[in-house]
Each structure stands twice: as structure tokens, then as C-alpha cells.
Design a protein around this ligand. Structure first.
Ligand SMILES: C[S@@+](CC[C@H](N)C(=O)[O-])C[C@H]1O[C@@H](n2cnc3c(N)ncnc32)[C@H](O)[C@@H]1O
Length: 230
């Protein structure tokens, strides 16, 4: 078995002749969503299923993921924490603020946070960033995976309040949440256009690719926020 670190805290592992994605388990012995655990040279890894995680799919689609061991991350659309748990593994010296607006789902997320001290759960609507401004500090990275019609707007408004100067946005855009009839390519183009200045903040899009074969009708995107006058 060979282990290669692709970027901070993200590993590609050759397991029985198959390449798989994994993170180092910061809570050894505990599997979060039924994923396989395995040890190599005294370190426990958790397999990361790209079909259950847009971020995992983005790694396999060769995005450069701007997460560092000590990043502060604002995660919008945490659900019960499948991907958040891997972000928590990656940020061994960092922190993730996990925003989710469904009380039912938040109950599962809170159980995960009981095990993982670097996740701060926030029950809130990502359309209302001022409702959590007293909790969240400036973030190096905003990750967003909310199935909403105004995805570019939510990302822009949160970035305006919480993203560090030159911070990164990692965004998953689901076309069917915006329009079920229009072509996904047209929807992606319009959403990217909005990100490039539509809501009072501007992003430079660094990478964008569709996540098909893992998540149909989804676009993955990594962007960096512009700062006035620079
Ligand atoms: C596709 S799921 C996220 C899956 C999760 N990112 C993962 O990979 O484990 C989208 C989540 O966003 C949440 N959501 C949708 N709109 C939201 C909003 N305005 N504010 C906060 N959460 C929202 C939904 O309740 C749902 O749990």
C-alpha cells in the first residue's frame, strides 16, 4: 500500500491496486458515515467517498484545494457533516464553522461536533450572515454546498462579511436548484458571471469544472476574492 499526500491533509492511497482518497482520522477508531478505516505505519486513515462529497469529487477532478492544516473555514450547507468531517481531519490546527439551517440535520451535526473539537456548529440561514456574525471570525476559505436558487449571491454576501483579503471560495453549484429546464452550461455561465462582480464583491475564478461522473449537473469552482484597488 502506498500513501501520497496530494495537498495539506489530503491523501491518495493505493489500496489493493485501486487509488482511493482519504484523510488522516483525528478521532481514531471512529467512522463517521460508515466509511472504511485502515492503518498504515501507525496512522489511521478514513476513506473519503467522492460520490458523497463535492469537495472529494473536486480533489479527484484535479482541483488545487486551498485548504491548509491551520486554515479557518466557513462551511455553508454542512448537512449532517459527511464532508465537514473530512475538512475537520484536514484542518488539524485549524477550525471549521459549519452552517446548516435544517434543525433535524443539525442534530446529527452536533453529535459529530461532540467528537471533533475543531467544528463549530451554527444553526442559521446562510442568506442571513449577520445572524452569525457574532460567532464567526474571518475565514481563509469559504466552502459552499447549498442547494438554493441564489447560490452566487449567498457565496458573495458571505465572502463580503467573512472572507479574508485574498481568501478563497470553493463552490459547488447545482444547476437544478436554480432552474430545472435551462441548460446546466448556461446556468453555470450566468452564476460565474454573477460571482465576477454581481453582488458587490469580485472574484477571480482560478478553476472550474463540472463534477459529472460523481455529481450530475454540478459545477465545482475555486476562486480568489479581489480587493478594491489591488
Ligand atoms: C447538498 S447538502 C450538503 C451536503 C454536505 N455539504 C456534505 O457534503 O456532506 C445541502 C445542505 O445545505 C443546507 N442548506 C440549504 N440552504 C441553506 C441555507 N440557506 N442556509 C444553510 N443551510 C442551507 C440543506 O439543509 C442541506 O443540508
Amino acid at each position: 500500500m502506498s500513501v501520497e499526500e496530494l495537498s495539506d491533509g489530503i491523501f491518495e492511497i493505493d489500496l489493493d491496486g485501486r487509488k482511493t482518497l482519504a484523510t488522516k482520522n483525528i478521532m481514531p477508531g471512529i467512522s463517521v458515515y460508515g466509511e472504511r478505516l485502515f492503518r498504515e505505519e501507525g496512522v489511521e486513515y478514513r476513506l473519503w467517498d467522492p460520490r458523497r462529497s463535492k469537495l472529494g469529487a473536486m480533489v479527484l477532478k484535479k482541483f488545487e484545494i486551498p485548504l491548509k492544516y491551520d486554515s479557518t473555514v466557513l462551511y455553508l450547507g454542512a448537512a449532517s457533516g459527511t464532508t465537514v468531517s473530512h475538512v475537520s481531519d484536514i484542518l488539524r490546527d485549524g477550525l471549521v464553522y459549519a452552517v446548516e439551517f435544517s434543525p433535524r440535520t443539525m442534530r446529527d451535526l452536533i453529535q459529530l461536533c461532540d467528537q471533533r473539537p475543531n467544528i463549530i456548529p451554527i444553526l442559521a440561514d446562510a442568506n442571513k450572515p449577520l445572524s452569525y456574525a457574532h460567532i464567526v471570525e474571518k475565514a481563509d476559505v469559504i466552502f459552499q454546498d447549498v442547494a438554493q436558487p441564489n447560490q452566487a449571491e449567498i457565496a458573495s454576501v458571505n465572502s463580503k462579511y467573512f472572507l479574508e483579503k485574498h481568501g478563497h471560495l470553493i463552490l459547488s453549484i447545482k444547476s437544478r436548484s436554480i432552474d430545472t429546464l435551462a441548460s446546466p452550461k448556461k446556468i453555470f455561465k450566468d452564476e460565474v458571471h454573477k460571482l465576477e462582480g454581481g453582488f458587490g464583491v469580485e472574484f477571480e475564478v482560478l478553476q472550474r469544472k463540472e463534477l459529472d461522473s460523481f455529481h450530475e449537473d454540478h459545477l465545482g469552482l475555486v476562486a480568489r476574492m479581489f480587493v478594491d484597488g489591488e
